[in-house]
Design a protein around this ligand. Structure first.
Ligand code: GLU
Length: 424
């Protein structure tokens, strides 16, 4: 659990230790006093709920869910909900802290939160998934709301799951509350541009870094781990900008096409077979050799903790961009730093999704929907400005991009915390 994480053996990857030590390092770098650092590290509110679900066969299964608000000094909690068999309290706490930092890095008026249910949703029917979602939404409903905490999609949750949450909360209150979740379908208060916004932000950051390093985007060889909500649009966006995607991995395996993958053909193959494996003219690669595929840019866009020290030692790419949340272990980050591999950290690289969520929420609160051009223009501007701010701040702080981004987030949270004072 979050409270006794220090007891975790050093061999296990503990996501909470990863993020809490990053915040502590940033706090020390900024010269914050210990009390302030402790206030920023410690999650504000942790809710664990039992989620009983009537299965189609008539029996009842029990699942466990969480919603954690890490920090709300800058605004309501914000962050996704994931359904995955490996979810636990430490992981959700770590991801909620990542969200506090992320929202502060892109300077949107939110704190950080995260939720999840420990379940393998692929083993559920659609009706079972709906019952699980609604019961979980009901159980966390005292904590969520447009001015309290606003969930969104994350791993294995989508616009349909958001619709069920929005409906459950609206039924409880007796009126529509569209601003309680983001990432909704257009018909019930969603916004054009939300889908694919994370991938667009990753692409903008990648190009900005290439430009700063004096490297042309053209023909950069990229490998992407993950072909879901983030990975699939990313393969298209990177290809559209002249980069050559030479490797893609999903849960079933990994493929390598040295000459570059056609994003259209891969999308078609995936739609037909449900996996990237078996793509025409590709070489199949063992999953543990994926990161050694000759490439220039590596992009983890799936689960956390995958870039270990071992992976970092043999990684072929000379740039890494974190589209996933928390993909790099502390040891992995140290190896990448010792190899001078620039890393655009998750809290900056994948922030396009939550920026899009902010725009959706603002439209819902106002009851006034924007044209898609305005949405696009504001998203791109926010990502460019955030990248530039971190890049410039790096020159003042003299630490790597990850430590700089965390410091940017922590200093904004500290400022809000200081201004508000301590109640009572
Ligand atoms: N799940 C996404 C993330 O990790 C989006 C969160 C949100 O939009 O609230 O950034």
């Amino acid at each position: 659990m979050v409270a006794n994480s220090n007891e975790t053996s050093s061999h296990e990857f503990n996501p909470w230790l990863r993020v809490s030590s990053l915040i502590e390092t940033a706090g020390a770098l900024l010269g914050l006093d210990e009390g302030m650092i402790k206030r920023i590290v410690t999650p504000e509110r942790i809710l664990e709920v039992a989620v009983p679900v009537r299965m189609d066969a008539g029996n009842v299964e029990m699942y466990t869910g969480w919603r954690i608000q890490h920090d709300t000094s800058r605004g309501p909690g914000k962050g996704g909900i994931r359904f995955h068999q490996s979810v636990n309290a430490d992981e959700i706490a770590a991801l909620s802290a990542d969200m506090s930092i992320k929202c502060a890095v892109v300077n949107i008026p939110y704190g950080g939160a995260k939720g999840g249910v420990r379940v393998d949703p692929t083993a559920l029917s659609r009706a079972e998934l709906e019952r699980l979602t609604r019961r979980y939404a009901f159980s966390i409903s005292p904590m969520i709301g447009p001015d309290r905490d606003i969930p969104a999609p994350d791993i294995n949750t989508d616009a349909q799951v958001m619709s069920w949450i929005m409906d459950t909360v609206s039924m409880l209150h007796g009126h529509n509350i569209s601003g309680v979740v983001t990432g909704k379908p257009l018909a019930i208060g969603g916004t054009l541009g939300h889908a694919g916004a994370t991938s667009l932000g990753v692409t903008i950051c990648t190009q900005a870094l290439l430009q700063r390093l004096g490297r042309a985007s053209n023909a950069q060889r990229v490998i992407v781990q993950g072909y879901g909500k983030v990975g699939a649009p990313l393969v298209k966006l990177l290809s559209d900008r002249g980069m050559k995607v030479v490797g893609v991995a999903d849960v079933r395996g990994a493929i390598h096409v040295p000459g570059g993958i056609s994003h259209l053909a891969l999308a078609k193959h995936f739609a037909e077979s449900g996996t990237v494996v078996g793509f025409a003219d590709s070489d199949e690669v063992e999953s543990d050799e994926f990161w050694t595929i000759p490439s220039d840019i590596a992009i983890p866009a799936a689960l956390g903790g995958v870039i270990t020290d071992k992976v970092a030692e043999t990684m072929s790419a000379t740039i890494m961009v974190e589209a996933a949340n928390g993909p790099t272990t502390g040891d992995g980050a140290a190896v990448l730093a010792s190899r001078n591999i620039p890393v655009i950290p998750d809290v900056l690289a994948n922030a396009g999704g939550v920026v899009a969520s902010y725009f959706e929420w603002a439209q819902d609160l106002q009851g006034f929907m924007w044209e898609s051009e305005l949405f696009q223009q504001r998203l791109e501007k926010t990502m460019h400005e955030s990248f530039n701010h971190v890049w410039n701040r790096q020159k003042e702080l003299h630490v790597n991009l990850r430590d700089t981004a965390i410091a940017v987030g922590v200093e904004r949270i500290a400022e809000a915390t200081e201004l508000r004072g301590l109640f009572p």
